[in-house]
Ligand binder design. Structure first.
Ligand SMILES: [Zn+2]
Length: 364
């Protein structure tokens, strides 16, 4: 029995029950009988875990993890035009919205007590320089002004990136066939500043350029926006689960992929380092994206960093649940609530989710 010890359960367990486990696990509460044997003198029938599961009121009473609508952020996609509410095929119930429709949507969001909205823009034209990203009258900038005017009190957070605005679909300026990190920082700082000028409550850079948080902080502070927080997409992975979003935001890269700036899904310690660096640069809040395939990192971040931790339940996570539910393979409401609960239990203070409205209604 190399590396293992024998455990004998005493005190009412079915006679003769013996199993092995890694050494040391029960040592505190056990009596050492022989060098390779531990007799456990507790547990069943003194402890019956089912006692606290007998009824819904009992289960609710001892529940460890709670969901509140105020912990949700609803991502929304803004497109040009008027009266536009175009459903995204792969994300049932989610739409590209013109600004007037966005305002109506935000009124609903506020009435449900949802924490806020995360805005993504779809400009009417894209170019090499992502000029729509930082234009004072760009689609997001106009949307922020309209929502802040019509729905005061609703927290408006803006995604700061370039991929929806570049003709090539990458998140930064292309130099010699690659995204140039340092040249992109100026675009990001300009975009964040233009969002703050329009009235955004929080700016959220999602590009994964090195040094962007410091560049944005410096630019905001120089222009008197020292009170505007930065919610950094700090650990953002090059994930297949973004697929439906690219249809929603019309932001698929026209060549190559994003693996030279988004993170390798295999790397956990690197994710912690990314977060640490963003905190040093001045991030106020940190995000892990996607959420469910990265629950371990949400937990590590929560234990390690003394700032609010957000997790983005991305489009693919949403679409998988919706597709399974539409096929009759899963109960939609239960899958929605269990997925959100697991993200919260892992340690997320804030959850970006396309289920925000439905989950808020379910909690009401
Ligand atoms: Zn991007």
């Amino acid at each position: 029995m190399m590396g293992a010890i024998r455990v004998v359960i005493a005190g009412g367990h079915p006679a003769g029950a013996v199993f092995s486990l890694a050494a040391g696990r029960y040592c505190e509460r056990a009596v050492l009988a022989r060098s390779d044997t531990i007799i456990v003198t507790m547990a069943f029938p003194i402890h019956r875990k089912r006692r606290l599961r007998v009824s819904e009121s009992m289960r609710r009473f001892v529940r460890e993890t709670h969901l509140e609508p105020s912990q949700f952020l609803l991502p929304l996609f803004i497109c040009p035009g008027e009266g536009v509410r175009r459903e995204i095929g792969s994300m049932p119930g989610n739409c590209q919205l013109s600004i007037d429709e966005l305002v109506k949507e935000c009124e609903t969001v506020r009435s449900l007590g949802i924490g806020g909205v995360m805005l993504f823009g779809i400009p009417d034209h894209k170019d090499e320089l992502a000029s729509g990203a930082y234009a004072a009258d760009g689609i997001v900038q106009r949307a922020v002004r309209a929502v802040k005017r019509a729905v005061p009190g609703l927290l408006v957070i803006t995604d700061v990136c370039n991929c929806e605005y570049t003709s090539h679909g990458h998140c930064g300026k292309i130099v010699d066939g690659d995204v140039d990190n340092d040249a992109t920082l100026a675009w990001l700082a300009e975009s964040a500043l233009s969002h703050a000028c329009a009235g955004a409550d929080i700016v959220a850079p999602s590009d994964m350029m090195d040094g962007r948080v410091a560049a944005i902080r410096k630019c905001l502070d120089e222009h008197g926006f020292h009170k505007v927080p930065i919610f950094s997409y700090a650990a953002k992975f090059a994930s297949v689960f973004y697929g439906p979003f690219r249809e929603a935001a019309e932001s698929a890269p026209q060549f190559g992929d994003r693996r030279s700036y988004q993170m390798d899904p295999a790397n956990a310690r690197e994710a912690m380092h990314e977060m640490e660096l963003d905190l040093e640069e001045g991030a106020d809040m940190l995000m892990v994206k996607p959420a469910m395939p990265y629950l371990d990192l949400i937990r590590q971040a929560k234990d390690r960093f003394p700032v609010p931790i957000g997790a983005y339940q991305v489009s693919g996570e949403f679409s998988m649940i919706m597709a399974a539910a539409r096929n009759g393979w899963l109960d939609l409401d239960r899958a929605m609530m269990e997925s959100l609960t697991s993200i919260r239990r892992a340690g997320a203070d804030i959850i970006l989710t396309y289920f925000a409205k439905d989950a808020a209604r379910a909690l009401a």
